[in-house]
Design a protein around this ligand. Sequence first.
Ligand code: 13P
Length: 249
Amino acid sequence: MRKKLVAGNWKMHGSLQSNAALLEQIRAGVVGLACEVAVFPPYPYLAQTRALLSDSEVAWGGQSLSEYPVGAYTAEVSAAMLLDFGCRYVLVGHSERRALFGETDAVVAAKFAAAQQASLIPVLCVGETLAEREAGLTTSVVSRQLSVIIEAQGVAALASAVVAYEPVWAIGTGVTATPQQAQEVHAAIRRQVAVLDASVAKGLRILYGGSVKPQSAAELFGQVDVDGGLVGGAALVADDFLAICRAAN
Ligand code: 13P
């Protein structure tokens, strides 16, 4: 049985004051839930997150990382630094990184490798744009994004990774993929892995992300290949995030 994971990607939101309240509520609200819960605050708040969550059931991670281990790379944050602050996970290849900051498939693969070298669990984000979906390219785009990682790292690397399917057209738009649309892509991802290694495919957690709300979460998480969610906007509101966590329970 794959344990469900609900992760909150805070993106570039928060302050010391608002985070403290949000983290306290999440920490208290997840007690007794069967699913795993994680938060991804901006880098400067990882120390605060560690301080407030260290003896809780909630995990945390970085929103990205450098592909380089150490050195003269101004403004970059290494995998080892994330580990120093107690991170368990790190997002890799979020569509905002790909679209706004020029992260290519090759960079995403290098970041994925850097994360695993440091024993962080990469959460590999994949997903098609609206134009790609309308052109019937959804499966080929997602499959390519996953292939790049498998070719570079081998399929076994996915045994200690998480995949998040985030259709770009659903991110921050209020338009959620239907449970059927999500299931179709999640099943395709799992089939692609299963061809190479059935056991890795069976254990691989595939999260759905893109306008997940308390109202849509239960049906999405009820699909056989949807193992939880990567939540943006709703993760900034404790009641909404906790309702989504309970939907995965
Ligand atoms: P929203 O939930 O705000 O659509 O964001 C999804 C996302 O990008 C999570 O990484």
